[in-house]
Design a binder for this molecule. Sequence first.
Ligand SMILES: [Zn+2]
Length: 165
Amino acid sequence: MLDDAEIGRLKREVLELEADPEMFHFNAGRNTGYVQPKEGDSGPGRIHVRGDVLPMEGAVHPRSSMSTKAVLAHEYWGHAQYPRTKLEPREWNDEFRASYTAAAEAPNLTFRERQDLMRDAVKRAEEANRSIKPNALMRYFFSDGYSDPPTWWTPPKGFKPPGEE
Ligand SMILES: [Zn+2]
């Protein structure tokens, strides 16, 4: 269970992410995740947030070690942008897209949080035995910002390269 202090902090992160606060439901559902609108429902769906949003101490997997704000960005800037996706929920490509999109587009994340999301995207592919050839944006994040970001990428609001944070 998330306590009031944790929920208060998470709500601030939702606002920093410029996400729709109405979509977030705390201590609801079975685990943290995006729930697509039901058939015929034109709404944006819901995001359940539970205690599993908190990073696990000593976790190695990017999914478990990333910040709560990165997870919220994955749900909102990743999944919730595709409420009527044809991809199967929880399939690797749906998860890959959610983490990649959040890393590339969510406002006001740190460079480290974007790196964690990009690593998570790659990990999801690896776990499904897919090999992903990192594109220029992924290479930029994996190089710790030493390579140049691709010119086709528009850095989101609040983006700062490492060293300028
Ligand atoms: Zn997901």
